[in-house]
Design a protein around this ligand. Sequence first.
Ligand code: E4P
Length: 217
Amino acid sequence: MAVMKFFLDTADLTEIKTYAVMGLIDGITTNPSLIAKSGRPREEVITDICDIVDGPISAEVISTDHAGMVKEGVELAKIHPNITVKVPLTGDGLAACRELSEKNIKTNVTLCFTAVQALMAAKAGATFISPFVGRLDDLGQTGMELIEDIRTIYDNYGFMTEILVASIRSPNHVRTAATLGADVCTVPPKVLGQLLKHPLTDSGLEQFLADHRKSQS
Ligand code: E4P
């Protein structure tokens, strides 16, 4: 039976530690924007993340040419066996994906916006495909339709590439991703916090504690 995995979409070590102790984090995704926010060099942050989370840790390449991406990916993979090299969904990115998979290095093909792009990534041997649902919603499209299409295509042909739903903006995205059978949701810390919260949980707990205090006085 497949398990729905949760990755945290951040390079913020404090946030990562907070959710790691709850046992909620199966992996981490980063991108150049998230690394820039951390204000530290990529290799340093990624090494620290690998010490906290035992699961796939996505580190994205900066090169845009095939050879450059492979060279960078091979270097990144030396940091830790859990490193997953993130490459963009371009021709060069898919060539790099193919070469890195042949070297048994895990790959995450990012910036996927159509089902046929996801099909190409699977054919190139991607370990994960990252469709960006929130950015499609921002354009007035329905990002989750993309997840449904990719699930159908991958199941039709038995592709083992895992669907990693990215650019998640709300708990509702996570609910729909799970309903559609996505393999992984990469969730920003803010949304992971929202997934845990319910006002009735808070008010119920407050009431229990108030009743307890009364019974003690
Ligand atoms: C995924 O790997 C990306 O880091 C991320 O989900 C992008 O999300 P955004 O559209 O909120 O920037």
